[in-house]
Write a protein that binds this ligand. Structure first.
Ligand code: NCD
Length: 457
């Protein structure tokens, strides 16, 4: 599939890298953005296909700093091929995949394998994240320099925290030399114990073991102290509690190199969903208690947590939205709540979920796009800035979406192998219409109309 020359006419161009939000045209060619702005008919090259972008938003393709593509080792849950199709359908043109694979991404050979697989199978850019510790076992540091040379874009033992504070301290020390962040899954296991959902009245009502907010906050506080001591680059993965937000806010105010991400589900749904009470918005399917698709780490929390996370996202304390797309096979979820795997399949519902915040005016369209593009690009580093820009010369990684199209989540239509989402049957407002990765049309919704070039007279 070659990159083609495409003109997208009259869409709302939202490019937070240049504080741009206005109606205009976009010309893509040779895999790059050739022009963005008002283009007269005479500027349309011969043989160019044209998309009518009226009513659609065009923005840089989304960058996901945190997803699980499960390859190598768990291809029955997801593959790079299926995950990339899910990403493209969700508007993501860059996916950073976590290393809790089998074998884990803790040496250059596994990084090379992922790069090779991505070259053959993926529709979008795949950037691997390397382990902090060998085998993700938490006992000794992985060869971070080898991993960096092989091309990892960050380090994480995600799925598990870097529990040993001294190893975290060393990893943070190396992170500044390597110029790559340490993304920590903050969970103090001596506090979370055997918890399966958020601690609180819902957990008590259901008789399920709760995970206290302090399990997250204690480790974030520790990591901030270590980032301060070492000058290292800390990225806090999947923030979920109201108390985590001021910790990150204050660290930033002190000038520390601390960034943070939040997931769509933690911004839009609460632990009431574990009870089966899905409430608003727009739920058509009746909920049921103990639905294992609501089991995720960190757990769904209370409305006050959701409100604080939205506030932190809106004011820039939280740099980016990451999906934590965690696809699972049916048997990992068709068990009791206690035994079910943690994780939600998110790539294909992320935009529709997040637009609820825009429609309800809790977040501006510009801020939402910023946190899905320039925010994550900043965490990746300077050399990734053009992935989040629509300036001419940037790679033509573009998403075109209809913010007002309503649709019902039907997991049988998912590209992802993971059908594990509590949003099954929910009505979302806003959907991707087309995704271009390096100028190639990698996803095309049924409503996309492309005018073929006029034959020359
Ligand atoms: C993740 C997974 O399935 O890999 N699950 C999740 O609920 N986020 C791992 C993890 O972060 O626990």
């Amino acid at each position: 599939m070659e990159p083609e020359t495409i003109l997208i006419r009259g869409s709302r161009i939202v490019d937070p890298s240049r504080q741009l939000d206005r109606v205009g045209d976009l010309l893509l060619g040779g895999g790059e953005i050739l022009a963005a702005g008002r283009l007269g008919r005479d500027r349309v090259p011969d043989g160019c296909r044209v998309i009518n972008g009226a009513g659609l938003v065009a923005s840089p393709g989304f960058i996901d700093l945190h997803c699980h593509l499960r390859e190598p080792g768990f291809e029955y849950k997801e593959t790079i091929a299926a995950g990339s199709r899910a990403g493209a359908k969700g508007g993501f043109t860059t996916l950073c995949c976590m290393p809790n694979t089998d074998p884990p991404i803790d040496n250059a050979a596994v990084v090379d394998f992922i790069h090779q697989r991505a070259r053959h199978d993926s529709l979008v850019r795949i950037l691997p994240i390397g382990c902090v510790t060998k085998g993700r076992k938490g006992h000794e540091l992985a060869e971070m320099e080898e991993l960096a040379s092989a091309g990892v874009v960050a380090f994480s033992d995600d799925g598990d925290p870097v529990y040993d504070a001294n190893l975290m301290r060393l990893a943070l020390t190396y992170s500044s030399d390597l110029g790559l962040a340490i993304s920590n899954h903050c969970q103090d296991r001596s506090l979370s114990c055997n918890g399966v959902m958020a601690e609180g009245s819902v957990a008590t009502h259901l008789g399920l073991a709760g995970i206290p907010a302090a399990a997250e906050e204690a480790m974030i506080a520790r990591d901030i102290a270590l980032a301060e001591a070492t000058g290292g680059r800390l990225h806090v993965a999947h923030l979920s509690t109201a108390g985590s937000v001021p910790l990150v806010r204050e660290a930033k105010q002190r000038g520390l190199s601390v960034t943070a991400e939040v997931c769509p589900h933690h911004l839009t749904i609460t632990d009431q969903w574990v009870l089966g009470d899905k409430g608003e918005p727009n739920t058509v399917a009746g909920g049921r208690a103990y639905d294992t698709s609501t089991k995720v780490y960190p757990p769904l929390r209370a409305q006050r947590d959701v409100d604080a996370l939205i506030e932190g996202l809106a004011d820039g304390t939280i740099d980016c939205i990451a999906t934590d797309h965690a696809p699972h096979d049916l048997t990992s979820k068709q068990v009791t709540y206690e035994d079910a795997a943690f994780g939600i399949s998110v790539l294909e519902t992320a935009l529709g979920s997040l637009l609820q915040l825009v429609h309800s005016r809790k977040l501006s369209m510009g801020a939402m796009v910023d946190r899905l593009t320039t925010g994550p690009a900043r965490v990746l580093g300077e050399s990734y800035a053009d992935l989040a820009s629509m300036q001419s010369g940037s790679p033509a990684d573009i998403v075109l979406f209809d913010p007002s199209q309503e649709w019902t989540v039907d997991t049988s239509e998912f590209e992802s192998k993971g059908r594990n989402t509590p949003l099954e049957g929910s009505v979302l407002k806003g959907r991707v219409v087309a995704t271009f990765a390096s100028g190639r049309l990698v996803y095309q919704g049924p409503e996309l109309k492309i005018e073929e070039p006029q034959a020359s007279p």
